[in-house]
Design a protein around this ligand. Structure first.
Ligand code: AMP
Length: 394
């Protein structure tokens, strides 16, 4: 780890600006429906409070488009945080005005305040330097533990860092880099990467990069039909990314040159319409006209599970089918189960696959479940994450 971590800095009696990712889902009564992201931030929050920091928590929630809105308020997070910490948490409905400043000045060592959604200010996403400077003036030390937004160069993730002598990462970012870094640099073999989800465009670069390191690439979900089309199969009305057929051809060439295997589904659960109550049937590799692939079929599941079982490292990003609909979640849940049964290194790389492992209650069986969909993909693609790059060197 080249970047400074919270264990490298002295925070006693210091005001610490901690960027967290509390971008949690809320229901229509403004209740937090999944507190995973809050729970993942607790080790860093507890450590800093125990070390005597005066903690100022900054986060975004949703996409409020640069203006205040009740719908995207972070206020509902206070209750959940208090319950998890078993401590009082103050809340400031503003970020930079004198009211927020005086609330921060009142903090004692070991206390914490959560500031309102930083994306209520348009300067946040614009990474406005003046805004970042003002934000930095609230504290003595900066800690970033928001892995989920580390791929964004915003004022509270990147802009603020340069105004501090001490800008360190928290335990969550440290853990993410440790697991994802091991996948990208030095995975134990055999290494199998499972990639699913809807869009080829979003994942083509990561597949190409993973091909360099992995022994087997398993392709499922909507993107598999673009791969099958390139191989000359009938795909009926399945989702197709016809703008990226050439890139998929290049991937097959890369795999052949590197003596690697790209495995695609050999059978499918298909439907005549994109809904759970459509007419459904199980078909072999070619999909008849009038039907679309909605999930991988039983033979494909068996193939994929046998590869997962023999792998020493398994990385997964993206569902194997339309898992939000109960008739098409079998492939995704079986992959989650296969990974859960593998005692070796198993990493779920963010996004919808995380929702799937949570839904199938397999998260605790994985070596690591990433909190960043976009951030983990960009990291695995080999891109520099600005939110981490901006932190102080050791
Ligand atoms: P992504 O954001 O690229 O990981 O895509 C996740 C989405 O892909 C989920 O909402 C799934 O419902 C969708 N998906 C998975 N399989 C299919 C499929 N066979 N056809 C259409 N959408 C799919």
């Amino acid at each position: 780890m080249k970047k400074r971590t919270i264990e490298d800095i002295d925070v006693k009696d210091k005001k610490v600006l901690l960027r967290v990712d509390f971008n949690v889902p809320l229901d229509d009564k403004q209740k937090v429906t999944d507190d995973t992201r809050i729970v993942k931030a607790l080790p860093t929050i507890n450590y800093l409070m125990d070390q005597g920091a005066k903690l100022i928590l900054v986060s975004h929630l949703g996409r409020p488009k640069g203006e205040p809105s009740d719908q995207f308020s972070l206020r509902p997070v206070v209750e959940v945080l208090e319950k998890n910490l078993d401590k009082n948490v103050a809340f400031s409905p503003t970020v930079l005005d004198p009211v927020a400043q005086s609330a921060i000045e009142c903090l004692k060592a070991g206390e914490c305040i959560l500031l309102e959604n930083i994306r209520f200010y348009p300067e946040e996403e614009q990474n406005d330097p003046q805004f970042a400077k003002k934000l930095a003036s609230l504290a003595d030390v900066f800690v970033n533990d928001a892995f989920g937004t580390a791929h964004r160069a915003h004022a509270s993730t990147t802009g603020v860092a340069k105004y501090f002598n001490d800008a360190a990462c928290g335990f969550l970012i440290q853990k993410e880099l440790e697991f994802l870094g091991a996948m990208a640099e030095n995975p134990e073999h055999p290494f199998c990467a499972i990639v699913g989800g809807a869009k080829v465009k979003d994942k083509i670069k990561v597949i190409s990069r993973l091909l360099d390191k992995a022994d087997d690439i398993l392709i499922g979900g909507g993107m598999a039909y673009t791969f099958l089309k390139v191989k000359g199969h009938q795909i009926g009305n399945s989702i197709l990314d016809d703008e990226h057929l050439d890139l998929v051809k290049e991937l097959y060439q890369q795999a052949a040159d590197q003596n690697k295997n790209i495995h695609t589904p050999v059978d499918h659960i298909v439907a005549n319409e994109f809904n759970n109550d459509a007419k459904i049937k199980s078909v072999d590799i070619d999909i008849p006209d009038g039907f679309m692939g909605m999930d991988i079929g039983p033979k494909s599941i068996e193939n994929f599970l046998s590869i997962i079982e023999k792998s020493k490292t398994v990385l997964w990003n993206g569902p194997m089918g339309v898992f939000e609909m109960s008739n098409f979640q079998n492939g995704t849940f079986k992959v989650a189960e296969g990974m859960a049964n593998n005692p070796n290194t198993t990493v779920v790389g963010g996004g919808d696959s995380v929702a799937a492992v949570n839904q199938s209650q397999k998260a605790s069986k994985m070596s690591h479940v990433s909190t960043g969909g976009g951030a983990s993909l960009e990291f695995l693609e080999g891109k520099i994450l600005p939110g981490i790059d901006a932190l102080s060197e050791k």
